[in-house]
Design a binder for this molecule. Structure first.
Ligand SMILES: C[S@@+](CC[C@H](N)C(=O)[O-])C[C@H]1O[C@@H](n2cnc3c(N)ncnc32)[C@H](O)[C@@H]1O
Length: 245
């Protein structure tokens, strides 16, 4: 097992617990609304979720009327957890999303990557593969760490512990970054905005929209712990389209 897979195996129990208890405010409070909006009307469609985790987004797409949803993840514990809540239209498979050769060309209307490309050593391989398995006119919605945060990430604080500003450094030094999440070490991959956009365009996608989610006044009342989202972007959402239809 590679180190990257081992990291997710170790993280999985706490990740699944947190998701099931709805303890992560950045989901409902920040990222879900723009991701769901970027997916458009999903009624009757065939959807692919790359790096589906314990299947939360697959269940959301199924509840919104998708005809079938396939969730892929390399972590067996995540796939097992997703299968526990599996309904009639969603199914799950252990697979590396950088190689989708087991899926036929043009077989999906929508693909989603919700905080998964930051985990991939080769996001361009995933992008090329998704392009191939989408039908012409199909969409690819990618939610990722914002490149200004994946570069360094931490806040500079004053002597009283007040946050002064986020540190931005090593922006052009692309590659691995080591973090800690839920008490476990894990690896992410930082890429500049230029590299990301060129990867999407190079695969053949058209960029429909780019969203930098911030917190609405209503969601700030519900999730006051997200107040920093008014200061700096943590995430970014790309809405891509395979041309041709
Ligand atoms: C940050 S979690 C996001 C999970 C899910 N999309 C969500 O929003 O709850 C990233 C997921 O990507 C999976 N992953 C990492 N590398 C992968 C790869 N090469 N192929 C498929 N899944 C991968 C991890 O196992 C983990 O479940």
């Amino acid at each position: 097992m590679s180190d990257l897979r081992r990291e997710w195996r170790d993280l999985a129990p706490e990740w699944i617990r947190e998701e099931r208890e709805g303890r992560n405010p950045t989901r409902r409070g920040l990222l879900d609304p723009p991701v769901i909006a970027a997916c458009g009307d999903v009624a009757g469609i065939r959807a692919l979720d790359c790096g589906c985790g314990e299947g939360r987004l697959c269940r959301i797409l199924a509840a919104r009327g998708a005809r079938c949803v396939l969730g892929l993840d390399t972590c067996e514990a995540m796939i097992a957890a997703a299968r526990e809540l599996q309904g009639s239209v969603d199914e799950y498979r252990c697979a590396d999303v950088q190689d989708l050769s087991f899926l036929p060309e043009g077989s999906f209307d929508l693909a989603v990557s919700y905080l998964n490309q930051c985990d991939l050593p080769d996001f361009e391989a995933n992008t090329r593969e998704v392009f191939r398995v989408l039908r012409a006119g199909g969409r690819f919605v990618v939610a990722n760490l914002h490149p200004m945060r994946s570069a360094v990430g931490h806040w500079l604080k004053d002597e009283e512990g007040e946050k002064r500003h986020v540190v931005l450094d090593r922006y052009f030094d692309e590659g691995e970054r080591q973090w800690r999440m839920m008490g476990c070490p894990f690896t992410n991959f930082h890429r500049s905005l230029q590299t990301t956009i060129r990867g999407f365009l190079g695969a053949g996608f058209a960029l429909l929209d780019l969203i930098e989610p911030s917190i609405t006044p209503e969601n700030l009342r519900a999730y006051p712990e997200l107040a920093d989202e008014l200061r700096v972007p943590n995430f970014i959402v790309y809405a891509l389209r395979k041309p041709g239809a």
